[in-house]
Ligand binder design. Sequence first.
Ligand SMILES: *Cc1c(COP(=O)(O)O)cnc(C)c1O
Length: 366
Amino acid sequence: MVSKRLAGAYLTIDLDALAENWRSLADRVAPAACAAVMKANAYGIGAGKAAPVLAAAGCRTFFVAHAAEAVALRRVLPEADIFVLNGIPRGTEAELHDRRVFPVLNSLEDIAAWSAAAGAGPAWPAAIQINTGMIRLGLDEEHVVTLAEQPDLLNGVDLRFWMSHLACAEDRDDPMNRMQLECFKRYREMLPAAPASLANSSGIFLGSDFHVDLVRPGIALYGGNPTPGSPNPMREVVSLAGRILQIHRVDSPMAVGYGAAHKIEGPGRIAVVPVGYADGYLRALGGRACAYIDGTKVPVVGRVSMDLITLDVSALPPERCSPGTLVELIGGQAEIDDVAANAGTISYEILTSLGDRYHRVYRGGR
Ligand SMILES: *Cc1c(COP(=O)(O)O)cnc(C)c1O
């Protein structure tokens, strides 16, 4: 953890907003249950801090991508059900079951391995994922048919829910959403009865048909907009502020940064802030993003370097903008979805790229 005294930029994570986001989604989907997706260190915000806060808010089911993430999460979540979306490596079944880490079984081979590991004793909890059109993980139609014809392949599996994943949920008008929902229903009618889970964050906003029994939000918990094109219904969780390191007065035409990519006519002022692409302030933001000082918009000019960015602060009088002044880079007026759009990406990538050179401040959560 980088100390405040030594850091050049501060990442603030609002754990109360996180809990409120979870509660608002849980209310929206009730009586369906609401899980939390914690993969990639809870989208970069810190799974060790986020998970206990969500558990205290009432969350009982957590998802990660990798078995190693589940084992780490178990240390801060003594009670919850933890599911591994990518499944678990062969040979680790008994060890993970002992830790009450449960796989999402994505193939008939996965099912056979889990069933064999459980043996003749009590069945072992797991989820089973079905591919309903995304062609990522899960059983294909032929495997669904096999399972429908031979339900005893599920012996040893305490099936907690059937699961599938939506490919286009962030576009509510995409016909793919309804097609996947119908496909999921059709498969479930063929298969042994069990609860089911389909919706990610955006899927929750497609309507109650999509909620089924359990929803799996990730990005919405962390403040990303699950309804692109409409106002963000979630509270902001992450904000990033950097401290100005140096100011240059420019009186005649000059160029700024690598490649001399930005020309400034002068007179004007350029501020240098110690945040760069190594910190997850993506290089694509150069010449495109904006930051804010005291509510005034200041454009990021020139290329983003590994450890520094340059801002045109000519609009601000020197007394409001000098070495040490804080610049809002993400959060507040620099909404994370806008920052992402300026980099040609999505909020998920901004969050999961955030580096470890920031001083991290966790607010609330008690
Ligand atoms: C990442 C993931 C989620 C969460 O998605 P968000 O869009 O962040 O809500 C849900 N389900 C699966 C299978 C995932 O991989």
